[in-house]
Design a protein around this ligand. Structure first.
Ligand code: HEM
Length: 307
């Protein structure tokens, strides 16, 4: 388990701040509280073993997954500043991996101290609003905390959970069947391409509309994702989750396999055994950055607080 020295921010204090920012609703996730639990299948490609020996990725399996929203669960208006999440579990009980992804390729903080300060700067005061002056000062002193918001603002709001590209963000060390290890990033790409309105047509869908769209597309057998590994190179910034790799969009990418979402599951199924990025079968290691070290602890803390 990673250690968090005295005097530094702990994962528990970040979980508290996440909850405070969400208004401390009882018995819900600290983040991505609104979502749909779904099931499906995973089929590996014949190139998966070149990248990882993980049996989660090299063998076919059933999939438990959840699409989620970073904002309010029943928002009438889910604009592009609201993150979309996609968590999925591959493999059997002995070699299970949980991969948690979001529709932005970077995180909003490089360190846990910075993450706590970012969240605290946004917690509303007595007037229901964050202190604008403090927030501006924090952003000016920490410009990398705006990379994610700028990325999202530059795109129309995703119109469909099924037609959105999701990223695992961190650099994961992947070891293949020959024992060779290299860093990869997960990119989860909808097989039919992204679905988004543009220009004057762009509008923010409601949470209900997104859920309804998902149900319809699942019924039509239309929800498929390629699980891609973007290949790292020497010198890539593997410790900083606020920046992308140089030329990341043009990186060599290997398709590890395909996920097909086949049905809606009872929400309870995604609660009794919740997703946790610390669950990784041998063949994909833990990313080395500080934010992942905190995530290895934070999900268990949040889940122990109940649903
Ligand atoms: C690259 C950055 C991150 C991504 C892509 C990400 C993604 C996600 C997703 C998709 C969920 C919903 C899980 C579900 O459906 O059950 C989630 C939940 C959560 N995340 Fe993250 N997250 C990130 C960073 C962090 C960090 C740095 C922390 C805290 C240190 C954190 C704490 C949590 C917590 C506490 C939950 C609720 C877990 C639960 O109660 O089940 N996340 N995250």
């Amino acid at each position: 388990m990673p250690k968090f020295p005295r005097g530094h921010t702990t994962p528990a204090s970040v979980v508290d701040a996440l909850k405070a920012l969400a208004g401390n609703p009882p018995k819900t996730r600290a983040r991505f509280a609104g979502g749909r639990c779904v099931r499906g299948t995973y089929a590996p490609s014949d190139r998966a073993q070149e990248i990882t020996k993980s049996q989660s990725f090299t063998r076919p399996s059933r999939v438990l997954a959840r699409f989620s929203l970073g904002g309010s669960p029943d928002a009438a208006n889910v604009g592009n500043s609201v993150l979309r999440g996609f968590s999925f579990r591959l493999g059997s009980d002995d070699d299970r991996s949980d991969i948690l992804t979001q529709n932005a390729p970077m995180h909003f903080a490089r360190t846990l101290d910075q993450m706590l300060a970012f969240l605290k700067a946004r917690i509303p005061g007595a007037d229901g609003k964050p202190d604008a002056k403090k927030l501006r000062a924090f952003s000016a002193a920490n410009p990398e905390t705006l990379h994610q918001a700028s990325y999202l603002a530059g795109r129309p709001p995703p119109e469909s959970f099924a037609g959105t590209t999701y990223w695992g963000v961190h650099a994961f060390p992947a070891t293949n069947s020959k024992g060779e290890t290299r860093f990869i990033k997960f990119k989860i790409a909808p097989v039919g391409g992204d679905v988004a309105l543009s220009g004057d047509e762009a509008r923010a869908p409601s949470a209900d509309l997104l859920n309804h769209d998902l149900e319809q597309r699942i019924a039509a057998g239309d929800v498929r994702f390629s699980v891609m590994a973007l290949l790292g190179r020497a010198g890539d910034p593997t410790m900083d989750v606020t920046v992308r790799w140089p030329d990341e969009d043009r990186r060599e990418a290997v398709r590890l396999g395909t996920i097909v979402i086949t049905g809606i599951e009872a929400e309870r199924m995604c609660e009794v055994s919740a997703f946790n990025p610390a669950n990784l079968a041998e063949g994909i290691g833990y990313p080395p950055d500080d934010i992942f070290a905190a995530r290895r602890v934070a999900y268990a803390i949040s889940q122990a607080q109940g649903r």
